[in-house]
Design a protein around this ligand. Structure first.
Ligand code: CA
Length: 254
């Protein structure tokens, strides 16, 4: 395996205390990232790369230690390898999800098959990077997910030209009001909170419909169709993309 080197690491980085790694989220203190990975080369590469970007990083090199640290609950984001000694990454992911539904977990894996990606996303990964990956991409994704978390505590969401006010439950596209049903609104909010990445139909079903649906149902596809039609503008189709074998993505991929 190989790691793509990132020239940005060559530049002199500010210290963790004099800049916020994600605007609007850290208030003068470094955001904390836990790295659970057993290959020393990757641990070193990832830790140094994240530290250079202003994050405070801790690493665990086996599954049991990683899970123990993760469940301490003091991290803003977790980078998790799947193939680990003593305890597998998917099991760790499931226990993190039970204890802390909102902490972003970015899975690193050598396995890039589509079913592995879906399994990882379904187990609660917010993102999935296949080795070899670039440090720039990992940092960008950690930032993007932390920004989403910052946004979830705000009362408005905006992606491209779509704006949602969660208090008044109003939606605008390019400044024009869009009238949505309750379910369409919840679906749009879910897609906006995960914008830029693929969301599986199962995730949408459990989040928007709040119960386990017959997996054969096409209710998600039907409602995405309604939403697309209502958000369409002449010359500007709704930015909801179908992601083959997974589900849907709102907005361009980050
Ligand atoms: Ca490994």
């Amino acid at each position: 395996m190989g790691i793509v080197a990132d020239s940005r690491r060559e530049s002199v980085a500010p210290s963790p205390t004099d800049r916020s790694a994600v605007d609007g989220l850290s208030f003068g203190k470094a955001l904390r990232v836990l790295v659970i990975e057993d290959e020393p080369g990757i641990v070193d590469f990832v830790c140094r790369g994240l530290e250079a970007e202003g994050f405070a990083v801790e690493a665990a090199m086996d599954g049991i230690e990683g899970e123990r640290l993760a469940l301490r609950g003091s991290f803003d984001a977790i980078v998790l390898d799947l193939m680990l000694p003593r305890r597998g990454g998917l099991e760790i992911l499931q226990s993190i999800r039970r204890a802390m539904p909102n902490v972003p977990v970015i899975v690193l894996s050598a396995r890039g098959e589509i079913e592995d990606r879906v399994q990882g996303l379904d187990a609660g990964a917010m993102d999935y990077l296949v080795k070899p990956f670039s440090m720039a991409e990992l940092v960008a994704r950690v930032r993007a997910h932390l920004r989403v978390i910052a946004q979830t505590s705000a009362s408005t969401l905006s992606v491209e030209d779509i704006e949602v006010d969660l208090l008044t439950r109003t939606v605008h596209r390019s400044g024009q009001a869009v009238t949505l049903s309750r379910t369409e609104f919840e679906l749009l909010v879910h897609l906006m909170r995960h914008h830029g990445r693929a969301v599986s139909r199962e995730q949408i079903l459990s989040s928007v419909w709040s119960y386990e649906h017959d997996p054969g149902t096409n209710v998600v596809d039907v409602y995405v169709g309604y939403l697309r039609r209502k958000l369409d503008r002449p010359g500007a189709p709704a930015p909801i993309f179908t992601v083959r074998a997974v589900g849907y993505r709102l907005g361009s991929s980050s």
